[in-house]
Design a protein around this ligand. Structure first.
Ligand SMILES: [Zn+2]
Length: 464
């Protein structure tokens, strides 16, 4: 038989050493299978739990002893009673002594029984460590609450985690993140620069890319689906910042957005560029959150999708054998020019071209057999769609070419990938999950923070 004993040597600041035997592992003198080689998970859990209990109890005892000393006379305050407190940690639940002390004798004539202090209760402000809360939140932002609880249970001697406790902690962390955002939003400074300086800063103004996503609601909710707004704020020289919110339940949606902008060096009054897919609510949200100038840009990707629909139907018509009755050439050229016109900011000309294509398609409907007629009707529909899309978004259509050549973003495809990262990967329909708006909003807060790498930063912020 071979044995390994792990002894813990704790050394206090005074140099006292206390040795505790943590655990002993045994194996046959000569192992016979691969499974007997090395540490086992269960053994590791026991080891970690023992180490945690030992360390934590030692620290808490030292804390209680330190705070027992009366600040006024230096004497020990009398002990009232010994209680215990439980603390949940990543490495198990630890029960610690939490003695209560009476008021010092030097403070008399305060009635002896009137005042008792429990220093340990002042130290242990929560039932679980911030690290346990944060790691559980991080894991459940990546996978389901149930799976997060299972992973914990499998790998760590952590305090028992069920789906509910993991969910509760995730919500707690989300509330902390929102509170931190509100604080940051309140600290936004105003622009005080001269106009020319502001113009120079213009070159790298923050770009907000916004997109919406639908999430399935829990049964009994008023609607089947509700919307989450996801976005990204980008600015040269700053790490990208993601944000997401469910508008109906976000306590201060403006604060979330302002905090994300502030993170990118945005100041009150600075102009912001907003790229979105044509839903006017999205630039409006940014406008009301910033209270300053907003330059809306219609997302190039969504515009191209609609042009593509027109091109596709036209290609179908051109491929017909025999060709439809009605001169094809001009309409074909007009369709081919659409992309070019919209890319270079010639929206009026694009609308004129769409008008010509539509009237040609109407001729086709009149002149041809029903099979072709259906295709031509589809072309009319697609053209009308694109035309009203252009007209509704007139203020957000730009000359994309120069902006693109300057290396500036022109598409929310990056915002869409944010939707995928934030919403679809955790909440999409395939996962068969249904959400309450509040639950989804909270998980999105944590998920955005996890993807940005902000969650660890939050812990530091809270600790200081
Ligand atoms: Zn005293």
């Amino acid at each position: 038989m071979m044995q390994w004993t792990v002894r813990l040597e704790a050394r206090t600041s005074a140099g006292e050493v206390k040795t505790t035997e943590l655990v002993t592992f045994s194996r046959p003198a000569v192992v016979s299978t691969l499974a007997e080689v090395g540490l086992m998970l269960d053994e590791t859990k026991t080891l970690l739990a023992g180490l945690q209990a030992s360390m934590l109890c030692g620290q808490v005892a030292a804390y209680a002893a330190y705070h027992r000393v009366c600040a006024a006379c230096g004497m020990l305050r009398p002990l009232k009673d010994r209680r215990t407190r439980r603390l949940q940690t990543l490495f198990g639940t630890v029960e610690v002594e939490a003695p209560r002390f009476k008021v010092c004798r030097c403070r008399q004539p305060v009635p002896m029984e009137a005042v008792t202090v429990s220093p340990v209760c002042t130290l242990l402000t929560a039932r679980c460590t911030p690290e346990l809360e944060r790691v559980q939140a991080e894991l459940s932002a990546r996978t389901s609450f149930r799976d997060a609880a299972r992973i914990f249970d499998t790998l760590l001697p952590a305090s028992p985690a069920n789906q509910e406790s993991v969910r509760t902690r995730t919500h707690a962390v989300a509330l902390q993140l929102e509170a931190a955002d509100r604080q940051a939003a309140a600290k936004v400074t105003a622009v005080r620069d001269a106009p020319d300086k502001a113009a120079a800063a213009d070159a790298s103004r923050p770009v907000v890319m916004l997109d919406g996503a639908y999430i399935r609601a829990i049964p009994g909710h008023q609607v089947r689906n509700f919307e989450a707004i996801c976005g990204k704020v980008e600015r040269d020289g700053h790490p990208t910042r993601r944000f997401a919110l469910v508008r109906s339940v976000a306590e201060q949606p403006h604060a979330l957005l302002r905090a994300a902008l502030q993170d990118q060096g945005w100041r009150e009054g600075d102009a912001v560029t907003v790229i979105s897919d044509g839903d006017p609510a999205l630039p409006a949200l940014v406008r009301s959150a910033t209270g300053g100038p907003v330059e809306p840009i219609l997302d190039r990707f969504h515009l191209c999708m609609r042009v593509h629909h027109v091109e596709q139907v036209m290609r179908g018509l051109c491929a017909l054998e025999p060709p439809p009755l009605a001169p094809l050439n001009h309409a074909q050229i007009d369709v081919e020019r659409l992309r070019h016109l919209l890319w270079n900011g010639h929206h009026e000309k694009a609308c004129e071209a769409l008008g010509r294509i539509t009237s040609w398609a109407k001729d086709v409907i009149v002149l041809n057999a029903p099979g072709i007629e259906a295709k031509a009707r589809r072309l009319v529909a697609r053209c009308t769609e694109l035309r009203s899309y252009i007209e509704n978004n007139k203020g957000a259509l730009i000359d994309y070419g120069p902006r693109y050549r300057a290396g500036k973003p022109i598409s929310t495809s990056r915002a869409e990938s944010t939707v995928n990262q934030l919403v679809n990967a955790r909440m999409n329909k395939r996962r068969q999950m249904r959400w309450s708006p509040r639950g989804a909003h909270h998980v999105l807060q944590v998920r955005a923070a996890v993807l940005d790498g902000r969650l660890g930063h939050l812990a530091i912020q809270l600790a200081t």
